[in-house]
Design a protein around this ligand. Structure first.
Ligand code: ADP
Length: 565
């Protein structure tokens, strides 16, 4: 019982673990699939953001080139005229400032605010002086804003550089358009510093290079170390786990796009929570279905098990009841036997009484003969006494044998002998009631399978029923015969009574047409006989004979030496 319980608990646990494993596998698969889609969308978003920034900067770069070619700049006769041109340009393009420098780096004219200081050795200026387009980005000390610088050389008639036009671009203005948008996008420069982003908290974070060296370039910018994050690779995708405030997802896909034209690297952090949620949902549905199915299966097996246990209990009870029934039946057989004896008792007492009276007479006679010295006559009387005693002894022996409980199951029995002793017990009653007996084959033993006492009980019951049936008839004849066939031995008992009233009922227990009373019918004789004959592997039948009267046949199995008892 206990081991069964543990086994079921173990099986259930194994099932739950298996469901867990399958759900986890599904979760992983679904999550990866969802990530692929998220990555596709994220890449498109990132490309869009990068294109916008590039296009924006492109405009200012072209403005620088355009102004460097402007006739007013080419021939810088009136700084005031140039300033006005620059102011107009800055107003139209929302540039922070437009500046014209001479070849020494001194400011010739600028559009807005105080002229910038110390650009003479700035790298973008030197690059423009080399005839190329210089670019730079930094926090502008004059405006206190992050700015891009584009420096375009102003060529003279002989293609020599005669000045430089610098356009200062307000990158924060550009940024405001997409602040807070999705996904998180940031642009890092060659120093690993986040210079542009749609999340303010990411600005000035620096990755990789030591902070101090970069500080010079950014001047007033408060550089901070980059966020700490853990990287997980999933199908060539990079997942970041980080804690960077509520505006940056805690778990995100990290996407990268290089922008060599503006010297930056665009990066995006795409929230994967929706993908995770979708995958969890799918896994949960699968787990729920599996668990529901498992629960149904469990309930079904539990019911089967309960049924099996109940069945076992039932079988045990049936076995107990069967044993009880067998005991009751044995008791009944004994009761039937005693009842049969009761029926016989009147005849038996006569049977015993008669020889006793005779013994008394013969004894008295013997005494008289002895008084007269007639020894031979006395002897003859004594011999008669001896005969009588033997006869009474036989009767009593039969009775004792009949009354005893038989313990042997089945064995070899001489049917002829059984009939003879049953008749011996009935002899007195038959003589008293004037019943003729026809019994063929009385000298030939016939061996059958059965129990001697029980078979005698059956035969005695048949004889006694026949005598009962004929009691109201004038002609009374009991016929007994044995027929032998290869597979069976058939005993027939026929009478000249009125026949059976209801042949289909006679083997039912308590069916009797006789008056209820001490020596009369209990309705058990035939039902007991039926059971007994069946236990020998035989059959008993009762019918009305065509010539009148009842005919009972008992089929028995012939005894064979090799047959098992
Ligand atoms: P009981 O003899 O106590 O009535 P049995 O079971 O021996 O019980 O017999 C049942 C009934 O079968 C009898 O009451 C009787 O009606 C019928 N029966 C049995 N033997 C004969 C027979 N030889 N002739 C007619 N009826 C019989």
């Amino acid at each position: 019982m206990n081991t069964g319980l543990w086994r079921r608990i173990g099986l259930s646990a194994a099932f739950v673990i298996a469901v867990g494993a399958v759900s986890t596998a599904l979760y992983n698969y679904a999550f990866t699939q969802a990530l692929e889609q998220t990555a596709q969308r994220g890449r498109a978003d990132l490309a869009l953001a990068a294109d916008r920034l590039r296009a924006e900067l492109q405009r200012y770069r072209e403005l620088g080139v355009y102004l460097a070619d402007h006739p007013l700049v080419q021939a810088p006769v009136s700084p005031d005229a140039i300033r006005q041109l620059f102011v107009r340009s800055a107003d139209k393009t929302t540039a922070l400032d437009v500046v014209l420098l001479d070849t020494k780096g001194n400011v010739v004219a600028n559009a807005i605010g105080d002229p910038p200081q110390g650009w003479g050795d700035a790298p973008f200026f030197l690059r423009a002086m080399d005839g190329a387009l210089g670019s730079y980005h930094a926090v502008s000390p004059r405006f206190g804003r992050r700015a891009f610088y584009y420096a375009a050389p102003v060529f003279g008639l002989t293609r020599e550089v005669q000045g430089v036009v610098v356009v200062v671009v307000d990158i924060e203005r550009t940024e405001t358009d997409w602040r807070g948008g999705l996904p998180v996008v940031f642009f890092t420069d060659d120093l690993g510093v986040v210079f542009v982003s749609n999340r303010e908290e990411l600005l000035y974070l620096q990755r990789g290079v030591g902070l101090t060296s970069a500080n010079a370039d950014y001047r007033t910018a408060p550089l901070r170390p980059f966020l700490s994050y853990q990287v997980e690779q999933r199908n060539k995708l990079e997942l970041w786990r980080l804690d960077a405030g509520r505006y940056v997802p805690a778990q995100a896909l990290h996407l990268v796009q290089d922008l060599p034209v503006i010297g930056m690297r665009a990066e995006a952090l795409v929230d994967v929570a929706p993908s995770a949620k979708l995958a969890s949902l799918q896994a949960a549905v699968l787990a729920a279905v599996c668990l529901a199915f498992g629960a149904m299966l469990f309930l079904a097996t539990e019911r089967r098990r309960t049924l099996a246990v109940a069945n076992l209990l039932l079988e045990k009870r049936v076995a107990e009841r069967t044993a009880e029934l067998e005991r009751a039946q044995a008791d009944l057989v004994q009761a039937g036997k005693l009842s049969a004896l009761g029926k016989m008792s009147a005849g038996l007492s006569h049977e015993l009484n008669q020889p006793l009276m005779a013994v008394q007479n013969f004894a008295e006679n013997a005494a008289l003969y002895l008084d007269r010295d007639r020894v031979p006559e006395a002897r003859a009387n004594l011999e008669r006494i001896s005969d009588m005693a033997r006869r009474m002894g036989r009767i009593i022996k039969n009775l004792r044998a009949f009354a005893r409980q038989e313990s042997e199951p089945v064995g070899r029995v001489d049917l002829t002998g059984v009939i003879a002793s049953a008749l011996e017990l009935s002899e007195a009653r038959m003589a008293q009631e004037g019943v003729a007996l026809v019994w063929s084959d009385r000298d030939r033993p016939v061996q059958v399978r059965g129990g001697e006492v029980r078979l005698q009980q059956v035969v005695l019951n048949l004889i006694s029923n026949a005598l009962d049936a004929m009691s109201s008839q004038t002609f009374r004849c009991l016929s007994i015969s044995i027929a032998r066939e290869p597979e069976k031995v058939i005993l027939s008992v026929a009478d000249t009574g009125p026949g059976i009233t209801a042949p289909e009922k006679i083997f039912d227990p308590f069916y009797s047409t006789k008056e209820v009373g001490a020596s009369e019918g209990m309705g058990l004789g035939l039902s007991i006989s039926y059971g007994l004959v069946q236990s020998f592997g035989g059959m008993i039948r009762g019918e009305n004979a065509p010539e009148g009267g009842a005919l009972f046949t008992v089929e028995l199995k012939p005894w064979q030496e090799d047959s098992t008892p």
